[in-house]
Design a protein around this ligand. Structure first.
Ligand code: FES
Length: 69
């Protein structure tokens, strides 16, 4: 699929939670290696404590992670 045919990604910052990424978007490590996506919509950790980074594992709830408006 060419880049022109890819749906534009949409990123939503969930209050007190992860970043939800919908649509086509390549995830890569800081070294540029691809990170496999298993779902079209993914949740990226922004609290820093997930055991499956870069993905959210729900731990933000247990630690009381909060965000500001
Ligand atoms: S945002 Fe969910 S575990 Fe970090």
């Amino acid at each position: 699929m060419s880049d022109l045919n890819r749906a534009a990604p949409r990123i939503v910052a969930c209050p007190n939670g992860p970043l939800l990424v919908r649509g086509e978007l390549d995830l890569v490590t800081p070294e540029g290696d691809p990170i496999e996506r298993k779902r079209r919509t993914i949740a990226l950790c922004r609290c820093g404590v997930s055991s499956i980074k870069p993905f959210c594992d729900g731990t933000h709830k247990a630690i009381g992670f909060t965000t500001t408006e």
